[in-house]
Ligand binder design. Structure first.
Ligand code: GUN
Length: 284
């Protein structure tokens, strides 16, 4: 029997619908709409699409999105000065800086400059540290979204061997920490990993986050495994494909996320959930 589909689009709509109601209730109680500052530096086409979707979805649920578009030539000190102003502006509850940044800007310095209480991407060392210590508050959005999708399966993750492919700061590492909190046995694979297919074949749960079209072959997937595909790549024919060969993997998996319509919409929903959470934490 082919795998059941984990429909991220539908789940994200449910989450944003709930957020919209909570925001309306806040406003009815006399509080300001949560403010989300979305900063984009340069003209990377994919980043422009992602940021536009984030801003549009935020506005659509009653938040106030503030757009800051800086040229590709912007200096690090310009960006840091803007972040400093936004940190001090009480009408701004969340700040996100779309990555990647141009080469002349240090990503680490920029992330560390964001007030951890407004770090709705969950990338600041303070927030990552809280996740390491099992006391998460603002959690990295994509792994957090993957955990919501996994909850939808109704499966008990405790004791599962989870194999995460990719070790990035924004997906692979926080994903592994989330799965550890869920009591999985976690293996993180990366470019120096020996025998990737052999490790994936042992996995009860696979999270693919490498950004290589259809790297994960269907015959790597153990019968009944859960497959979460974080990749968004252009295939040879120009269509969007994930890091997993969906059609082949679907024949073996128990649950699988599609691309598009799986993890992607959940990332935005979790960003907005974090923004409302940040606003609530900043209430005085
Ligand atoms: N670039 C790719 N994914 C993300 C994300 O979740 N947040 C930000 N800020 N940049 C990204």
């Amino acid at each position: 029997m082919p795998a059941r589909i984990l429909d991220g689009k539908a789940l994200a709509q449910g989450v944003t619908g709930e957020l919209r109601e909570r925001i309306a209730a806040r406003i009815a109680a006399g509080r300001a709409a949560p403010g989300l500052a979305a900063l984009l530096v340069g003209d990377d086409a994919a980043s422009q699409v992602y940021v536009r979707n984030k801003r549009r979805t935020a506005d659509g649920i009653g938040m106030r999105s503030l757009a800051f578009d800086l040229p590709a030539s912007a200096s690090e000190s310009e960006l840091l000065a803007l972040i400093g102003r936004l940190n001090g502006d009480p009408s701004v509850n969340g700040i996100l800086v779309q990555l990647p940044l141009p080469a002349q800007i240090s990503t680490a310095r920029v992330i560390e400059a964001i007030d951890p209480a407004k770090d709705v991407d969950g990338f600041h060392p303070y927030n990552v540290g809280r996740l390491v210590l099992r006391m998460p508050t603002l959690r990295p959005c994509t792994p957090y979204g993957c955990m919501q999708l996994l909850a939808k399966t109704g499966e008990d993750l405790a004791g599962m061997h989870a194999v995460v492919i990719g070790q990035s700061n924004i997906i692979g590492r926080p994903m592994a920490l989330e799965l550890l909190i869920a009591r999985c046995t976690v293996t993180i694979c990366h470019t120096a990993t020996r025998d990737l297919p052999g490790l994936v074949r042992q996995a009860d749960l696979v999270v693919a986050a490498v950004g290589r079209a259809q790297l994960v072959q269907g015959d790597w997937i153990k019968d009944g495994a859960i497959v979460i595909d974080v990749g968004i790549n252009r295939g040879a024919d120009g269509r969007l494909v994930g890091d997993v060969d969906f059609q082949a993997a679907r024949e073996r998996a128990s649950w699988i996320t599609p691309v598009p319509g799986g993890v992607g919409p959940m990332t935005i929903a979790m960003l907005l959930a974090n923004t409302l959470r940040a606003a609530e934490m900043q209430d005085r």
